[in-house]
Each structure stands twice: as structure tokens, then as C-alpha cells.
Design a protein around this ligand. Structure first.
Ligand code: MD6
Ligand code: FE
Length: 233
């Protein structure tokens, strides 16, 4: 009698004990990310970036901005660099001054500029020189709805995004609001030290962040911090 061994499926939970190679090959694989999205795991030293964020927040504290519709955002934000992204009942815009302090946004700390520029280069964008860095802080339950980043002038310039602290599920939709907001999304969990770059064909893709799950991180405590570097002007 011929014995037919069933092949474990890709998502099988049966772990063969006699073949390490097949165990490795059974790790469920992520579908490929869309063209223009680059994910770089463990791409930077979070501790030095975290110190730089604290130095920015000492001058320009995190605050909950309002949406154009007048609702308070669940994510707290601040900025550094020549320009800062602001939201209010006047809409979204870049501003050279912090509307809370009326002062210019703090300068981009050199370590942030160097890190963003190096990561852009690794993703295929040499010479990236951001003039704006939006810093988002999520506590448990905070989320970011699907959106496009389209308040910048030159969409040939990528956006470089760094994640620190608690992990979060990042959703990527399509290029138009129908494809962006319906079920044709894919997602990736962004961890402490990960970088994601949105450029070229992906520059205007809809994306968002699922509500942060409560947790504790040794560096960032109960928070997730995200930095997005942009060439705004
Ligand atoms: C976040 N990120 O990760 C929000 N935008 O908390 C973004 O909105 C984003 O990661 C443009 C490009 C990359 C991003
Ligand atoms: Fe965004």
C-alpha cells in the first residue's frame, strides 16, 4: 500500500519536527507590499531618536489638534523642522510657527535629519532633505483614519516614517478613496525600530493606523511614537 503524506499547508499549525528547513518555509508570508512602499526592519537606533523627540517636545509640547470638522484627534502631535503640519478648523496646512507657542517650530535635530536621509537613501532616494517632521504620539485607543498625505508641493519626494515604542497595525489602501477606504487594504505591524518609506507609485496611497492596544514598552512606556519626514515646500 502506498502511504501518501499530506503536505503541510502554508498556514499549517502542524510543525514537522524532522525538517528545520520546512519549518522555516512555513512561516506565514506577508503579501508583497505595493510598489513604492519600502519596509526596513530595525533600521535605526530608537534610543537616540527618542532623546531627540523629548528635546523637541520640551519646546513644542505634544497636543491634540482639531480636525477641520472640529473634532479632537486621538493622536497627540508636535513638529520640528522649518515647517510643521497643523490641523484646525481652517483645514490642514504647513506652518513655520507653532500655533500654541506662536514660536517657530524647533529645528530638526541633526540625528533626525541624518537618520531620515540615510533611510531614504537605503530605499532608493538619495539626497532626501526634509524640511518638516511631524511627530505623532499614540496612547492606548488612539488611531489614525485612512488618509493621503497631500499637503506637500512635490509628490516626487518620498515620506520617511519611523516607529518607536509599542507596535501598531498600519493599514495600506489604494490610490483613490474608494479603493483606499473599502476592503481592499493590506496591513503590516510596525514595531519599535521599523522604518517605512512611501514614494513613487505609493506616495499618494491611502493609509492609516488601527487603534493602539494597551501595553508597556521599556523605552516609550505606554506609547507609540511615529515620525514622518517630508519635503513640504
Ligand atoms: C503612523 N503614519 O505610522 C502614521 N504617512 O503613525 C503615516 O501617516 C504615514 O507612516 C505617510 C507615509 C508614511 C506614514
Ligand atoms: Fe500619513
Amino acid at each position: 500500500m502506498k502511504v501518501v503524506l499530506s503536505q503541510p499547508s502554508l498556514f499549517s499549525t502542524r510543525i514537522p519536527t524532522d525538517n528545520v528547513a520546512s519549518v522555516v518555509s512555513e512561516v506565514p508570508r506577508m503579501p508583497p507590499l505595493p510598489d513604492g512602499v519600502s519596509l526596513l526592519r530595525n533600521a535605526f537606533d530608537p534610543a537616540e531618536i527618542f532623546d531627540a523627540i523629548n528635546s523637541v517636545a520640551d519646546i513644542a509640547p505634544f497636543r491634540h489638534m482639531q480636525t477641520p470638522g472640529g473634532k479632537k484627534m486621538s493622536v497627540a502631535m508636535t513638529n520640528c523642522g522649518k515647517l510643521g503640519w497643523v490641523s484646525g478648523t481652517n483645514g490642514y496646512m504647513y506652518s513655520s510657527n507653532d500655533p500654541e507657542t506662536k514660536q517657530p517650530w524647533p529645528a530638526l535635530p541633526p540625528v533626525l535629519l541624518e537618520t531620515a536621509s540615510r533611510i531614504a537613501q537605503q530605499a532608493g532616494y538619495p539626497g532626501f532633505s526634509p524640511d518638516a517632521c511631524l511627530i505623532n504620539r499614540y496612547l492606548a485607543g488612539a488611531q489614525m483614519g485612512l488618509h493621503q498625505d497631500r499637503d506637500e508641493i512635490d509628490f516626487s519626494q518620498p515620506i520617511v516614517s519611523l516607529s518607536i515604542g509599542l507596535s501598531a497595525r498600519f493599514i495600506i489602501g489604494g490610490l483613490d478613496s474608494a479603493a483606499g477606504r473599502n476592503a481592499r487594504t493590506q496591513s503590516v505591524v510596525l514595531h519599535h525600530g521599523d522604518a517605512i518609506v512611501f514614494g513613487a507609485a505609493a506616495r499618494l496611497m491611502f493609509h492609516g493606523v488601527r487603534p493602539l492596544k494597551p501595553g508597556h514598552h521599556p523605552l516609550a512606556g505606554n506609547s507609540r511614537i511615529n515620525l514622518t519626514f517630508r519635503v513640504a515646500s
